[in-house]
Design a protein around this ligand. Structure first.
Ligand code: AMP
Length: 250
């Protein structure tokens, strides 16, 4: 069974996000970028399925500018076999991404498509669901455990107040949650080997998809600055301030 994993280049989660001076968007100039953490979990799960002998090949795909080849190489260093970059200049919306992934799935015919539950830049949580709908395939979102059983897939999902287990017929689409696995670190030899693994570049036009966005970003506001705290000298002073200044106790 072939596995297709969609990976997105996003701002590194350790970076404190800055907003552009004109508040038109997040400032990405000279900011460290990384593989979206949920996509990293998806790659790890695919590689584990290959290591268990359940899958035969892991193909990773990213839609974006040339820079996203860096994240594809990371995925290759983590154990994926080959990569596809679909060239796109501006950030395409979730539907355009899902359409592109659907076209790739038509040619690649994967038994399972893994995506992150959400990209941490836009927090859309849409692409996997749209892809499953476009392909008319069963889907399981927020997976915390994935088990292949013959023609079926057992997926445990974290839902409010407990766990839910779904049985899907393959081929299917799964989006990964945080507790599915703990991704490995890429070793130096694997980073070197990844440089020689195949990376194919396509365009959306090659796939017959018009990339666009039906969503217009109107503005971005940073969170309000927190004002500095104060030190109190005694419990009595604390109680006095809570009562008379903060007015949170009577
Ligand atoms: P979103 O729906 O934007 O929150 O993204 C959910 C998942 O869809 C991500 O974790 C990726 O697996 C996939 N995805 C979204 N955008 C892209 C992209 N530009 N290239 C590849 N995969 C993507």
């Amino acid at each position: 069974m072939k596995l297709l994993v969609a990976v997105k280049r996003v701002i590194d989660y350790n970076v404190k996000v800055r907003v552009k001076a004109d508040r038109s968007d997040v400032d990405l100039a000279n900011v460290k970028m990384a593989l979206n953490p949920f996509c990293e979990i998806a790659v790890e799960e695919a590689v584990r399925l290959k290591e268990q002998g359940v899958a035969s090949e892991v193909v990773v795909v990213s839609i974006g500018g040339k820079a996203c080849q860096e994240q594809l190489r990371t995925a290759l260093a983590l154990g994926a076999d080959r990569a596809i970059q679909v060239e796109a200049q501006d950030s395409p919306d979730a539907l355009s991404v899902a359409r592109i992934l659907a076209k790739i799935a038509e040619t690649e015919q994967p038994g399972l498509i893994l995506l992150g539950k959400q990209a941490i830049d836009s927090d859309n949580n849409q692409t996997g669901q749209m892809l499953a709908a476009l392909l008319n395939r069963p889907q399981a979102t927020f997976a915390s455990e994935v088990k292949v059983e013959g023609e079926h897939l057992l997926v445990t999902r974290e839902v409010d107040g407990g766990l839910q287990t779904l049985k899907l017929t393959l081929p299917a689409v799964v989006t990964t949650d945080l507790r599915l696995n703990e991704p490995r670190y890429a070793s130096l030899p694997n980073i070197m080997k990844a440089k020689k693994k195949p990376l194919e570049v396509k365009t959306a036009e090659d796939l017959g998809v018009t990339v666009g966005s039906k969503i217009r970003l109107l503005g971005v506001e940073p969170p309000a600055e927190r004002s500095a705290g104060i030190k109190v000298g005694s419990v009595a002073e604390l109680v006095e301030k809570l009562r008379n200044e903060a007015k949170v106790i009577a």
